[in-house]
Design a protein around this ligand. Sequence first.
Ligand SMILES: Nc1ncnc2c1ncn2[C@@H]1O[C@H](COP(=O)(O)OP(=O)(O)OP(=O)(O)O)[C@@H](O)[C@H]1O
Ligand SMILES: [Mg+2]
Length: 159
Amino acid sequence: MTIHMKNVYLIRDKNVILSNINWDVRPGEHWAIIGLNGSGKTSLLNIINGYIYPTKGEVSILGKAFGSNDLRELRKSIGFVSSSLQEMIYGNETVEDIVLSGKYASIGLYESPSEEDRCQALDLMEQFELADLRIRKYSTLSQGERQKVLLARALMGIF
Ligand SMILES: Nc1ncnc2c1ncn2[C@@H]1O[C@H](COP(=O)(O)OP(=O)(O)OP(=O)(O)O)[C@@H](O)[C@H]1O
Ligand SMILES: [Mg+2]
């Protein structure tokens, strides 16, 4: 199972944001989540990514149960692109470093990437036609260019 959620609740300040979510996603399935503003879509995705912990219930991602696995490790196997992620990226980081940071699922690059990682990042930047923007700062990019950088970042290390 890619995503497994059972009786999941998210409660903040007595507000029930998610109530009794039961959801299974199998490998190869594609899903769309549709809902009103404030209905809990981003919260649901943030739980899957291990950014927030559910108040109650059972979650396992890629067969790994929350609570008994290191979420920082698990995150490296998840490619995530979102407008909520765009806000977290540091504006003064270069395109290349942002793509490389996908390997570690970190915001900011704190590790020393291997030669192989750099080759993969370059490959991805070429695929998304970002190679010429390699050393440009994120804050100077257009909206579409930013989206492509985050897509390349999400694919980094996932093969
Ligand atoms: N930390 C928090 N404390 C209190 N309320 C919160 C917290 N985080 C989210 N909420 C509330 O939970 C609800 C769900 O928010 P969420 O961002 O998941 O909605 P959404 O479906 O992604 O909405 P949108 O379509 O506007 O992006 C909102 O009403 C929001 O104000
Ligand atoms: Mg949202």
